[in-house]
Design a protein around this ligand. Structure first.
Ligand code: ADP
Ligand code: ADP
Ligand code: ZN
Length: 214
């Protein structure tokens, strides 16, 4: 089962990907999480990626594609996987298709979590991330039991550097320019399924599960 999550920054890709990948016993692969782990460990890749991420820009395709293609060759991916935040450009989608074609695989479900721009600033402004385990919360829509402390690991919560309002606007602009064209790309392959991402978290999960049971 090869699933990709499409949608604007803050649409709920990461939130849904965690639940869906657990429900189906497949790995959740987030290129954003991979970059953030590299930044935390101060690797060369992390330093390069950070310069783009802090400005709300995409990391160049050549820094993302090989990394992702290597990741999906790992043993835990044999039964499938859920990609969150990849592909984000047409060249990334084409590179993924080439890698999959070589093995007789294809993207089965491209799930577009549809959320209009006017919701996004509120979503991102309230997003909190655990510094230790990466879990994501929202001050209003998905609060932790104790303010500022991760429910899962007791780590502290922070506002991501790239969730400041100015950077969010830039990321949205880049999303419309570079990532939104993937909706037509996957529609043309007959793999596109759109869900209403403005509903509450559990409702969106139910819509996605309904798609996956088709
Ligand atoms: P969000 O979940 O809010 O959409 P991500 O965690 O997926 O954000 O990504 C954060 C940042 O990491 C992006 O703004 C971009 O700079 C970089 N990034 C993540 N995945 C990719 C990718 N596939 N291609 C290019 N840049 C990426
Ligand atoms: P993405 O990975 O697409 O950038 P996230 O999953 O990190 O998005 O969600 C962005 C923010 O919105 C987080 O604070 C999250 O808790 C919250 N959120 C996610 N889904 C919903 C929803 N359906 N309704 C309200 N808030 C949501
Ligand atoms: Zn945590």
């Amino acid at each position: 089962m090869i699933i990709i999550a499409l949608g604007a920054p803050g649409a709920g890709k990461g939130t849904q990907a965690k639940v869906i990948s657990e429900n189906h016993g497949i790995p959740h692969i987030s290129t954003g999480d991979i970059f953030r782990a590299n930044i935390k460990n101060q690797t060369e890749l992390g330093m390069k990626a950070k310069a783009y991420m802090d400005q709300g820009l995409l990391v160049p395709d050549e820094l993302v594609v090989d990394l992702l293609v290597d990741r999906i060759k790992q043993a835990d991916c044999v039964k499938g996987y859920l990609l969150d935040g990849f592909p984000r450009t047409i060249p990334q989608a084409e590179a993924l298709d080439r890698a999959l074609n070589n093995r007789g695989d294809k993207v089965e479900y491209a799930i577009n979590i549809d959320v209009p721009d006017e919701f996004i600033v509120t979503r991102m402004g309230g997003r909190r991330a655990c510094v230790t385990c990466g879990a994501t919360y929202h001050v209003e829509f998905s609060p932790t039991k104790v303010e500022g402390i991760c429910d899962k690991c007791q780590g502290s919560l922070i506002v991501r550097d790239d969730d400041k309002p100015e950077t969010v606007m830039k990321r949205l602009e880049i999303y419309h320019e570079q990532t939104q064209p993937l909706i037509d790309y996957y529609a043309a392959q007959g793999a596109l399924y759109t869900v209403d991402g403005t509903k509450d978290i559990a409702d969106v999960t139910a819509q996605i599960e309904a798609v996956l049971s088709k």
